[in-house]
Design a protein around this ligand. Structure first.
Ligand code: ZN
Ligand code: ZN
Length: 168
């Protein structure tokens, strides 16, 4: 995704634009402090300036928070989905994150919420494991363990963000 995609956004302030383009250049999720370090030359001085910009960008759906990494990513497709459900597949080895949505999972979560009179405002599922590239490297190594650690779906820490995902 090119940072230029968002420069037309009328509500983006200078700081928000800077934070979004810095985040878009990152290979993996970045913490607010990493962003601040990259943006100090641009005039951002305090973590609060970065956090304020991130809060707005999250609100606009341009940035997501990856809870289990305490970090942030630029949305992979900000104009293509409504963020009812966001799924992150996170490689624990290289930090690469794939973002996708899944209407079947979303439907189940919405069904559960409706049945339990729960008003769901957000749903994030974070999968941890190894990406194809890192898995390939491990398999190629002669001393690689015979059985790679299976990818485990970790529930988000706060239940309100991932209500009882009983996935098949
Ligand atoms: Zn997104
Ligand atoms: Zn990887």
């Amino acid at each position: 995704m090119s940072p230029a995609t968002h420069t037309h956004h009328p509500e983006l302030t200078k700081h928000q634009t800077l934070v979004l383009s810095a985040l878009s250049r990152e290979e993996s999720p970045a913490s607010a402090y990493t962003l601040l370090a990259h943006l100090q030359a641009e005039g951002l001085r305090a973590p609060q300036q970065v956090y304020r910009a991130l809060d707005k960008l999250i609100e606009y759906g341009l940035v997501h928070r990856v809870e289990t990494m305490n970090s942030f990513v630029a949305c992979a497709h900000p104009h293509e989905h409504q963020h009812g459900l966001v799924v992150f597949a996170i490689c624990d080895q290289c930090g690469h994150v794939d973002e996708f949505s899944d209407s079947a999972i979303e439907k189940r979560l919405k069904g559960w919420s409706k049945d339990n009179s729960f008003r769901m405002s957000a749903a994030t599922v974070e999968l941890h494991g190894q990406c194809l590239r890192c898995d390939g490297v491990a398999a190629a190594a002669t001393d690689a363990p015979a059985a790679p650690v299976p990818a485990v779906a970790k529930p988000a820490r706060r239940a309100r963000k991932a209500p009882a995902a009983e996935l098949p």
